[in-house]
Ligand binder design. Structure first.
Ligand code: DGY
Length: 305
């Protein structure tokens, strides 16, 4: 009997091409907000699984599925996986690093441009009125040239954002996520965060650190929602301490705060940082190759456990 690989979403075709002949597939349509019980059922037949970042791979789920030996998490982030439990239970976990860098950095620049130049507000206006009106004081935004961009987290994505920002003649200040944020927060016109979500980075931007940002600054987050205390962010936007925000991720995905939805100076995207054909195919190739290696008794290349 062939091993069973459970696909918890529909992935690019290259997954099945790489794994063809090596296993049988069980595919589940993508579904947000899965509970532990949902995952226990979905993974019940699995020897290995390719999972998405919204799948909770908790101790509960892993313990309930002793036949599951390998998880290829189709993401660079792995905050949805209890790595400690996986290690203890001997479950191999892999991720898809490296190939999301450019796509996520591009989208970060897109959000910076959108929020500072009020691109989405302009689009909404043209659609609503059916007119294009030029007026000297209409929809004025902020220029990027000469502005200071504070990058929290100078890993691959942070560095790729810095390269792009320099091409826009922005002044870049970057700190590693374990360094002091004081100068960055006090002096940056825009702050963008590129850190993994861990116990240490949860609510890294909270009421105090958001207040420490320069008045009138913008915040961009394409990393993980819970890095930012969303209630504190809404407060800072509401009272005008921050001028706007560009968000691709949310504290309580798939829900998005109605307060954010009501704010015209906030651009909201549905977690599409890595959503290019090139990147999603590359992620699929990496995840499936690691599953294939595992099924052949070889060592996967991107083990995080
Ligand atoms: C990741 O890989 O961690 C991204 O958030 C998915 O796009």
């Amino acid at each position: 009997m062939k091993p069973v690989v459970v696909l918890t979403a529909q992935y690019p075709a290259v997954v099945r091409e790489i794994l063809a002949g090596l296993c049988d597939f069980v595919e589940h349509p993508s579904e947000q907000g899965r509970s532990d019980d949902d995952m226990i059922t979905i993974l019940s037949e699995a020897d290995a699984a390719i999972t998405v970042l919204s799948d909770p791979l908790t101790r509960n789920v892993l313990e309930a599925n002793p036949g599951l030996h390998m998880i290829a998490n189709y993401a660079v982030g792995y905050n949805n996986v209890d790595l400690q439990a996986a290690r203890e239970l001997g479950v191999t976990v892999t991720n898809t690093p490296g190939v999301l860098t450019e796509a996520t950095a591009d989208l970060t620049m897109g959000l910076i441009l959108a929020v500072m130049r009020r691109i989405v507000e302009g689009d909404r206006e043209v659609r609503a009125t059916g007119r294009c009106v030029w007026e000297p004081l209409h929809l004025l935004g902020s220029g990027l040239t000469g502005k200071r961009l504070g990058i929290i987290g100078m890993g691959r994505i942070g560095n790729a954002v810095a390269t792009r920002a320099q091409a826009f003649e922005m002044e870049v200040i970057g700190v590693r996520r374990d360094e002091s944020l004081d100068e960055l927060l006090a002096t940056s016109d825009i702050v963008t965060i590129h850190a993994p979500l861990t116990g240490q980075t949860h609510h890294m931007l909270n009421a105090a650190t958001l207040r420490a940002m320069k008045r009138g600054a913008f915040l961009v987050n394409t990393a993980r929602g819970p890095l930012v205390d969303e209630t504190a962010l809404c407060d800072a936007l509401d009272d005008g301490h921050l001028a706007g925000a560009g968000l691709d991720v949310y504290e309580d995905e798939p829900s998005v705060s109605p307060r954010l939805i009501a704010m015209p100076n906030v651009v909201l995207l549905p977690h599409i940082g890595s959503a290019t054909h090139e990147t999603r195919n590359a992620m699929a190739r990496i995840a499936a190759t690691d599953v294939a290696l595992f099924l052949r008794g070889l060592k996967p290349q991107n083990i995080i456990t």
